[in-house]
Design a protein around this ligand. Structure first.
Ligand SMILES: [Zn+2]
Ligand SMILES: [Zn+2]
Length: 175
């Protein structure tokens, strides 16, 4: 059993953090992961902020998680800040194979685009991106099937993909 510590950086609603595991555990092979919730707010790494982009470099957050979780375990964090990585304008999430993962919340929120709040849609998007990044942590690559492991280049891609793994990816995870 792999232990995944669910954490948050900065201001992230605790109820979101607590509701997420049930959306994940019902969709992965039984006995793949055990989730431990950590409600302490981790401080965003100050060196990650890039003022001329008004964004944060995702890599530093993964570094903090790596230091934070016990070795052999995995860390997963929700980050309520706009993240990017080199060569991409923004990311919904980032993962390291066999390591840790993060999901950035702002661009998953309908309110970011000036739309009305939609907590249900927002939660669905967060759940999909969380499953996707955890899929990478446990060895999956992008998938062309109707599958949560489809690459999301835009929010439309995220909304169109399902909130579960295709049978191929699911059986990969079960190995
Ligand atoms: Zn991906
Ligand atoms: Zn798949």
């Amino acid at each position: 059993m792999n232990v995944v510590h669910f954490c948050r950086f900065g201001k992230v609603s605790e109820s979101l953090l607590r509701e997420l595991p049930s959306a994940v555990l019902g969709r992965v092979p039984k006995d793949l992961i055990q989730i431990s919730i950590e409600s302490t707010e981790l401080d965003p790494p100050t060196n990650s902020y890039v003022p001329n982009r008004l964004q944060y470099l995702a890599d530093f957050f993964l570094g903090v998680l790596e230091q934070h979780v016990p070795s052999g375990d995995h860390g997963f964090a929700l980050v309520n800040l706009d993240l990017f990585v080199s060569k991409l304008n923004f990311v919904f999430g980032v993962a390291q194979y066999g390591g840790n993962a993060i999901v950035a919340l702002p661009r998953l929120n309908p309110a970011f685009y000036g739309g009305p709040e939609d907590p249900e849609l927002f939660f669905q998007r967060v759940a999909k991106e969380t499953l996707h990044e955890l899929g990478h942590v446990f060895g999956l690559e992008h998938c062309r099937n109707y599958c949560v492991m489809r690459f999301s280049n835009s929010l439309g891609d995220t909304d169109r993909k399902p909130d579960s793994f295709c049978s191929t990816c699911f059986s990969e995870l079960a190995k």
